[in-house]
Every structure is written in C-alpha cells, then in structure tokens.
Design a protein around this ligand. Sequence first.
Ligand code: AHR
Length: 659
Amino acid sequence: MKLSYVSRWLLLLMVALPALSMTAQPVEWTVNTRKTIADVNPDMYGIFFEDINFGADGGLYAELVKNRSFEFPQSLMGWKSFGRVEVLTQDAPFDRNPHYVRLQSSGHPHKHTGLENEGFCGIGFHQDSLYRFSVWARTQGNEAQRIRVEFIDESNVVMARKSMKIQGENWKKYSMEMKATRMVNKGKLRIFYENRNTQAIDLEHVSLFPKATWNHHENGLRRDLVQALADLKPGVLRFPGGCIVEGTDLATRYQWKHSVGAVENRPLNENRWQYTFAHRLFPDYYQSYGLGFYEYFLLAEEIGATALPVLSCGLACQYQNNDMSAHASLEDLQPFVQDALDLIEFANGAIDTQWGALRAEMGHPAPFNMKYLAIGNEQWGAEYPERLQVFVKAIRAQYPDIQIIGSSGPSADGEKFDYLWPEMKRLQVDLVDEHYYKSPEWFLANAARYDNYDRKGPKVFAGEYAAHDAPSAKANNFKSALAEACFMTGLERNADVVRLATYAPLFAHVEAWQWNPDLIWFDNLRSVKSVNWYVQQLYSQYKGAQVCQTYSSDKQALSGQDGLYASAVIDKEKHQLILKLANANEQPKDWSIALKSLKEYHPQAKLIRLESSNELMGNTLDAPYTVVPKEEMLLIEALPLQLSMPAKSFWVIVLGLTK
Ligand code: AHR
C-alpha cells in the first residue's frame, strides 16, 4: 500500500466517515480473493425488449406517423381527412400493404383536400431539428403536381411548411427534409393537396422520421432511447417478446419473416397488448414491423449485446387460449420449425444462402453471429415439451452450436414450473427461461434461490423479472430497486448456474402503457431511467469475470441473514475486485470485511452508493435524477475493511488490484 501521496487530513476524513456510525458488533464477511467459484458469462446482464407499452411503434422505432400505410382495420385510424380523400387498393405498389389514399380537388378553390396525422399520442418535435418526410406517390397524368406538408404545434399553429413536387404515373418514393422551429410535445403532421387542376395524387407509406436517429439509420431508432440501452452495457438482447411472440391467436403471433425485407411491404400485425387489459385498452396499437428482426440484430450489434431471439413454438398465448384447437398440432408444426432454421440462416448463414442473401441485401453481409435461440415464451403443459422436442431435434441436427432456451412457464414456482424443469432436463435444452414478477419481499427472501440448483442440468436464464410493489401501484421506486439489488447478489454468486438475466419490461410511454413497472419511461421528447435501471447498470458495468468465494461468520453466503446481502467478483484483466453490498434494514449496519489472500491494492477505491431517504421515491421525466448512484472515493487504510452502511442502501466498491 502506498499512502504517501495522500494528504493527512484527507486520509483522516475518508477513513473516519464510513466508520463514524459504528456502534454494534459489525457483521463479518469474508471474500476469498484467491478462490473463485464460477466464471461470469460476459453476456450475463442484458435487456429484454418487447413491443408493450408502445415500446416499438411510438417508442424505440423513430417513425412519427401512426398508420403510415393505411392498413389499420379502420384505414384512416390516426388520420383526419378533409375534402376529397378516398382509400383505394387497385394498382397498389406494395402487395402486403395494399391500401393507399387518393387526394383530389374538392371542386372549389377554397375547399381544401388533405390529411392530418396525430402521431402516437401526438408528434414530438425538437426545436431546430431536421425531419425527413417521405412518401410513395404517383399522379394522374404526367403533369407536375404538388402537396404541401406542414408541422402543426399544440395550438394548431403551423410551425414548418414545405411543398413537394410529385410527377409521374408510376409509383415513386419522394423525400425532403424539414426543420422544426419550436419544441412541440404533441404536434401533428398535415398534408394538403395543392393542385389547381382536378387530377388526383395517390399517396402511400407516408413517413416522418427525425434525421438524427441512432447511428443515422434511415429506418432508424430513437437516439435517446437507444443511448439508454447502450449505457446499460448489455450483454444480451432478448426480443421481440414476451407474449407478442405467441399472439392472442396464432394468426397474430410475431412472424419474423414478415418483419424483414423492404419496410414498406412488411405486413401490419395487431398488437396483443391492445386487448389484454380492458382498463388500459389501446385499440390503435399495431405492429408495423418497421422495427423488425434485421433492426433488432443490428441494434444488438451496435450496443455490444448478443442477440437472443424468441420464436413461437406453435402455441398461441396459453393465458388467452384454453382450447387445443387454437394451437398448431404436431402434424402442422413443420412451418414453425422451418422458421427457426431459416432464422439461424438469416442471422448466420453465408450470403449465397436464401436467407443469408436477404441479410446481405438489407445491408449486413457479415453474419450476426447469433448463438442463442429461445423456442416459446411462457408455455406450459405437456403440449409444450411435445412441440419443443421437435425443434430441438431439428436445430441440433443442423446447428449444433446454437444454445436452445426452453421455458419453465409463467411463474417462478408451482405446478407448471415443477412439471417443466424436469422436462427441460429431459430435452437437454441449454438454458431454461424463468420469469418472476413478485413483491419486493419475495425478492428479499429469495436471494438464495439458486444456491442449491442442480449444477449438472440446463443453466438458468432469468428472462423476465421485476419487483412489483403493490402498495405503491407497482411504481418504479427505490424500494423495488433495492429488493432487486439484494436478490441479484444471489444471481451473481450463482453465476455458474444463472448465465443470463434480463429485467422486464423495458420501455413504457407515460401516456400509453399497459404494464408497470418498466425500466425506462418516455414521452414524445424525453426519457427517464428508473432507479431500477441504475441497479441493472451497476451489475452490468461491474459484472467482473469470476465470482469469489464469500461467507459470513456462519460460513454461509450472505443472502439476507440480518437483512444483509453481498457478493464479490474479480476481474484479473481489469485488475479489479468488486464488492456488492446491500443493507435492507431500517437501521444502519456495520461491516467488517476480510479480503483473504489479497496482497497489493490501491488504497483509493471507488465507492458507488445507491441510497434514498424515502424508499418510495423514484425518477420521473421532470425529476430524472432523484435517485441515482453517487460515486466517491473510499480510502482503505487497513484490512479488514470497516464500513458502516446506512439503512436501506446498495453499495458497489471497486478496488484496484496492483498484482
Ligand atoms: O413483460 C410483460 C409480459 O410478462 C411478457 O410479455 C410475458 O412474457 C409476461 O407474462
């Protein structure tokens, strides 16, 4: 230890502060820095994305026009039309999205014809930002004609206006940039037919994107939201669901093949989440598939995560369908299995294969190196393993390196769970997806959940979990975040069994959500990271490479005894030893931490504290930094390390190793 350059007063201050409130006998906790008990999967902490709560269309997917292809069952849902507007399908440019609109003169120069789009809970415009308006169009006859495009603010005032020339009887894509002159949270897009003659203009796939999407992709994603994902340093990205994989019925399940190729010709699918909660009904919730499987793979790659797609196993959502006739029979399963095989080819295949060629044509000749594939979401009953085994056999035969993920049902315990785990072992899947939406108390009581799991069978993917604090209406608050942090010490300690973990759900629009809590909330312009997000980030950023053996005075891992939780990881390449400590008590707690076999270390460690004076507090769009981690220097004068943690706190200590 070299303390010489630290001034004496600073040393006294830093050592004295954490020790100040030490009163009762400290809890003794030992970290054996030499004995490691598991490798941490580099993919361990990740993201689960589902199009719920307007997470995709109206959220991450940056398209600002709702029902851009006029394919909603009510063709003009999301639009207001005025003057002479018709919806037609003859000679449509895109066979899977056949509807388009025809605008014509209303016969009087003062009677306007046009359309207005309401966006998703309005259209958000950032001041001085550029937007790309595009449309497929044709004219009747070859004479040049015009439409006028306007951005409208909340007071119904035009704040940007530009005219677009359209010419030619053949369908063509037109596009232009427009600048928003004001910040508007709930704007609108208006389009006028500007002709003086009577000839018609046909419009299809009317689109408006901010120019500044993530990485400037044209068919792009909202920059602030992707940044919030990238900042999580995710190891894995599970997509596209969740229940939407299964569908309210098989016809509306997520079909990945519908989500690739030209964006204009991806057929619309209704969203399963428009129905589920009658009190949170969003009859205008559809999936444009603009954010499709190609975009998911690209997103994963660009934020440094491994892609983990989930596919239908031939069972429609079992919550919504009791009757076996709703599901694909074993005889009819082949197309579903083929979808899985083709997806692997799409992601990883050479460019001279059918699906690899499509990937290349879409802009990514190099393989995406997909290595995980989940078959089924929250499935149960004998009907699931019966189907899964057909997939397992086919995938193993053709792609033995793909890690297959099976389901343990919708809950962390109970009959369905107890039936499925042995079945998953029998089928020798690589990982089993477990889901738990439980109270904070459950999370606090279950930090040892994995301590005695079978080390020989499939590994665990904690694919959906979140602490639901019912008394606070399931708010994203510090109480739930702390419970998750405590529980996650158990995931970390058992990193040999738990290989992947993803909180759920991910996104929610503040005005259009069905399910809470959620990791990231947003409106049309802003986004906020919940306090739960910060817990995920701390684990992911400080995941270490190997788990150290740890124990308290009872020789057991510290997994809730006396309201305390702890785990330790080491990363020899980064020269870091990382301690995670949580105090779930109403009182401060003193610790005495022995770092066994630790020789050389930097006396100045990093201490990151996540604390709140009120456990019901969380972050909001208006106060986004209410509960966030605070970083400070912790001077380690001597070992064992003596610390006093305040009531209800989660700490991460990062020690630099010199050897
Ligand atoms: O995360 C929300 C939903 O919860 C998922 O779609 C489903 O898998 C689970 O029931």
